[in-house]
Design a protein around this ligand. Sequence first.
Ligand code: MG
Length: 177
Amino acid sequence: MSKEVKLFYSRDEMLQLNKQKLLERGVNVDDIAKIAYNQQARYNPNVDYDECVKSVEKILSLRDIFHLLQLGVEIDRLTEEGMFKGPIQDIMRADLGVFGIDEIFGLDIARLYGAIGQTNFGDIDVNKQGIVAKLNHDGKSNYPQCNTFLDDIVGAIAAAASTRVAQIISEDEAAKK
Ligand code: MG
């Protein structure tokens, strides 16, 4: 009997599957929303934390993000289990600084919110805080744990959420005029 193949998921299914995948790796929506909030609070005194949570959830329900997150987390898991053949296994396991494919995943997620999304991702990537700092630290020091892709995926979702919140605030400002 052939295995039933499911290729298409609803927005709600993708949100739930992404939340579940993140939780398996010790990350929850609040962890990501806090980074988005802290970043945006530097520019906007009126940031609404609930809007940050809603933005993270919206981003987690998008198909492109679903594919990137599900794939990136599986790459980390397989790396932990030593499943890759050839030099890439050790390069990913070490989270080598000049290996930039994880950043490509991050930039692609952040690109949802244009140039500002991408510069916000760069900021989070350089000034690691909260869960991003923890993932980066644990991946580098708790062998065999590997968070090479996850820290960028989480940072980029936070950057996208932060940029979305900035756009909502801009929209609210425009509506006042
Ligand atoms: Mg990384």
